[in-house]
Design a binder for this molecule. Structure first.
Ligand code: BEZ
Length: 212
């Protein structure tokens, strides 16, 4: 198992899942991807997380993001559990849940943290860009369900900053002012960002979202 770092190519894999055998790269195609692990099927927090992910499908679709969940349970178990998730969360889980019984993918992505639990995956999140590079990694303990609004927010930031020389400040939300990249001089920024540049400090320049 090699350590994965931001900017690394997301390791490819072929694995069984709730929708049959899938290959990560083929499944993602030209899309962004969110690969997220959870400790186990038929557990309460995971049930809320996967139901919420399914409820957010429209928002992820708008951003060209495909979701892939994973746990070390088998595909038959996933299929039974999906029925519960759909019932309890009034949704329809359509994204695949990887059945990683042999822990091949969990090991590849370092999703088992033995000091937390030696047998179950922790709540890892990997955001993968269309060029297959890893753009974000998050790790939550089993006791804390993830915030899917935050994942959408990060995707918005990643997609904006991939195409414009800006960064997004603390607690930024889509549509709010952004930070001019430190690599750009204020003079150049004023040419580049025609909606205006406010120099708060020589190193902190704000501009409206250039896509609006
Ligand atoms: C849960 O998803 O509810 C959960 C799973 C493992 C440990 C604690 C909580």
């Amino acid at each position: 198992m090699a350590t994965i770092r931001l900017g690394d190519k997301a390791p490819n894999f072929t694995a069984d899942s709730s929708i049959g055998k899938i290959n990560l790269y083929d499944y993602l195609g030209d899309s962004w991807g969110i690969l997220f692990s959870h400790p186990a099927d038929f557990t309460p927090v995971c049930t809320t997380e996967l139901g919420t992910a399914a409820q957010f499908k429209g928002e992820f679709d708008k951003r060209n993001v495909k979701m892939i969940a994973l746990s070390v349970d088998g595909a038959a178990s996933h299929l039974e559990w999906i029925k519960d998730i759909n019932e309890v969360q009034k949704t329809n889980v359509e994204f695949p849940i990887i059945a990683d019984e042999d822990r091949k993918v969990s090991d590849l992505y370092d999703m088992i943290h033995p000091k937390a639990d030696s047998t179950l995956t922790v709540r890892s999140v990997f955001i993968i860009a269309p060029d297959r590079t890893v753009k974000l990694m998050l790790t939550y303990p089993a006791s804390t369900g993830r915030n899917f609004y935050e994942l959408l927010r990060v995707i918005d930031s990643l997609q904006l900053t991939a195409n414009h020389k800006v960064a997004t400040p603390a607690n930024w939300k889509n549509g709010e002012d952004v930070v001019v990249s430190p690599a750009i001089s204020t003079e150049d920024a004023k040419q580049m960002f025609t909606k205006g540049v406010k120099e708060v400090k020589p190193y902190l320049r704000m501009t409206p979202d250039p896509t609006l």
